[in-house]
Design a protein around this ligand. Structure first.
Ligand code: CDV
Length: 261
């Protein structure tokens, strides 16, 4: 018996430091409405969609660091997105920095169902970068400093008529991420990412950024017989060009839709 769900890859433009949560949520609502008008039932937003990619900066003041995190989801600033999605009867995946009640910091994503309820939460396992200031690097990437690895590992849930899992950015480069979901019968993997064009630890890979992005997601889809929807932040964010290249990949490994920026 065929089942159908229409999923949108809502690639987001850059989010700068001065943009407030309210500014960004307004943009997300705009994308959500656009996707809904095209028939989408589930809209996938990128990793850390509510703020700029703050792990590019070295910070020592925990109070300043915590300002980048959400203490509740939805909170007062994100509730309008949940309300509008429920009104339109559209679900979504949203990446954000999560600060739990008991003080844990995670790079997280939630899957929100068509009634505006959180159906599943995923906490990023593969945190790239380093945890100390390394001034010789052209760009810092300090995810290990600001986040703990997700303790629950890779998990799936039943939603939108199928079995859905989430991954976040660097997770997509590792075969076990998809395989762990595949062994749980996953049918749709939603992935948000922030990938700079320049990768300072391996500058010779810069020309391969788009190729590697699609290579890993297409392989993950084909090898596990699952749909994969990968969604980027694109453009120049705080002077850092991002690769974009969001795409929707069939279980055959073929890209059936892709952003050309
Ligand atoms: N946000 C990320 O996880 N970005 C990494 C970069 C640093 C290589 C990625 O795998 O795209």
């Amino acid at each position: 018996m065929p089942r159908y769900v229409t999923v949108a890859a809502a690639q987001l433009g850059p989010v700068q430091r001065e943009h407030s949560r309210a500014d960004v949520v307004e943009r997300l609502i705009h994308l959500l409405r656009d996707a809904h008008s095209l028939g989408a039932e589930l809209v996938v937003f990128p990793e850390l969609a509510l703020t700029t990619f703050f792990p590019r900066w070295y910070m020592t003041d925990q109070a300043e660091i915590d300002l980048w995190f959400e203490r509740e989801m939805p909170g007062p600033e994100t509730k309008p997105l949940f309300d509008e999605a429920a009104r339109l009867c559209v679900g979504f995946v949203l990446g954000y920095a999560e600060l739990t009640e008991d003080g844990h910091h995670y790079n997280s994503a939630v899957l929100v169902d068509r009634d505006g309820r959180i159906a599943h939460r995923y906490r990023k396992v593969h945190l790239p970068g380093h945890d100390e200031h390394e001034p010789w690097r052209a760009f810092q990437h300090l995810e290990k400093r600001y986040f703990e690895p997700g303790p629950e590992g890779f998990t799936v849930t039943r939603a939108f008529g199928g079995i859905v899992g989430m991954l976040i950015c660097n997770d997509r480069r590792w075969p076990e991420s998809y395989r762990s979901l595949g062994l749980q019968g996953v049918e749709l993997v939603c992935i948000g990412y922030n990938t700079p064009v320049h990768n300072p630890p391996a500058p010779d890979h810069d020309r391969l950024g788009d190729f590697h992005n699609h290579l890993v997601m297409q392989s993950g889809a084909y090898q596990n017989g699952t749909w994969v929807v990968g969604v980027a932040k694109a453009g120049d964010e705080e002077g850092v060009p991002m690769i974009g290249g969001s795409c929707i990949i069939a279980p055959t490994g073929e890209k059936i839709g892709r952003a050309h920026v």
